[in-house]
Design a protein around this ligand. Structure first.
Ligand code: PMV
Length: 308
């Protein structure tokens, strides 16, 4: 039986979310412990079916055309000039949904790559990233393109909207603790609120975006020069600017405070905000204490990852 499979990682934004939508740079890294995998199998019955049993999703291309997964498959078929094949695409993912960890983009990337491989023309990475960006646009309004880029390339990136990609060289690995508020927060809403704020108070918001841009440049230098110890205060400064922008929440602030008072050298929300995740910089000696403090402060789940 014909079969094809592809996977894509989750991601976290280290610095620069929201400001990146307005042309400032941002830094993001893949989280390879989090993966979405799509498997395409030939089936005897007609039509293309997509299933994600863990998420309670089952869609048919012909009947559920508006669903994000159908749109992903449709874009692949249009791009390759293929008719609808008789296949079942099964998705498995351990990436939390609507949590700022790139679940939507990773699932789209895995489906698109598995299907293009099955059809005998696997996409080049840039082509895949552009296709996932099209799907993101259908659902998020004005995405910067950072999620599809870091997820499809699977490497740390320095990203500026509409500019060619620069990979981020990590001079010395460092550890992050990720705390999930457990509050699902669609990126579209936070991004829309920032836009409304920017339209209301353009000068203040432009200033916030530029200050974040300066932090990103400093963080890039620290990461590339192998000085991750300099990142803590930059993370906290970035968090304060995001809070001033209105995209934090009491839950995110509580987790950030808990991380800082248990030995993290910096912490910030990561991604769209309001809910979703925060990240804390904690070296080996502080890791367990920070994880413990986040759990006690109400984190629905605590993970950790090494950026390398
Ligand atoms: O997908 P999330 O929640 O990690 O957020 C993406 C980052 C934003 O800057 C808020 C939006 C964007 O398109 O860049």
């Amino acid at each position: 039986m014909l079969e094809a499979q592809a996977s894509a990682p989750g991601k976290i934004i280290l610095f620069g979310e929201h400001a990146v939508v307005y042309g400032q740079p941002a830094l993001a890294v893949p989280v390879h412990d989090l993966q979405a995998t799509a498997t395409v199998q030939e089936r005897a019955r007609p039509g293309l079916l997509i299933r994600a049993d863990d998420l309670g999703i089952g869609v048919r291309l012909a009947e559920d055309a508006a669903h994000a997964l159908s749109q992903t498959a449709r874009l692949v078929l249009d791009r390759l000039g293929c008719d609808e094949p008789d296949v079942e695409i099964t998705i498995r993912s351990n990436i939390p949904v609507a949590a700022g960890l790139g679940s939507g983009a990773a699932v789209s990337a895995a489906v698109a790559q598995a299907l293009s491989t099955y059809l005998g023309r696997p996409f080049e990475t840039q082509e895949l990233s552009a296709l996932v960006y099209e799907v993101e646009k259908l659902h998020h309004g004005t995405p910067s393109g950072i999620d599809n880029t870091v997820i499809c390339f699977g490497q740390p990136v320095y990203f500026v909207r509409d500019k060619s990609l620069e990979l981020l060289h990590v001079g010395k690995p460092f550890q992050l603790v990720i705390g999930d508020t457990g509050i699902s927060s669609p990126t579209r809403i936070a991004v829309g609120d920032v836009r409304a704020g920017w339209e209301r108070e353009p000068e203040r918001y432009n200033w916030l975006f530029e200050e974040i841009g300066k932090i990103v440049e400093k963080a890039r230098r620290a990461i590339e020069q192998g000085q991750p110890d300099k990142l803590g205060s930059l993370m906290s400064d970035n968090h304060h600017l995001l809070r001033d922008m209105g995209v934090s929440s009491p839950e995110l602030d509580r987790l950030v405070d808990a991380a800082l008072s248990s030995g993290a050298s910096g912490a910030k929300l990561s991604g769209g905000g309001r809910g979703g995740n925060m990240i804390a910089l904690a070296d080996e000696s502080a890791n367990l204490a920070v994880e413990d403090a986040l759990a006690k402060a109400g984190a629905a789940r605590v993970m950790h990852t090494t950026v390398r």
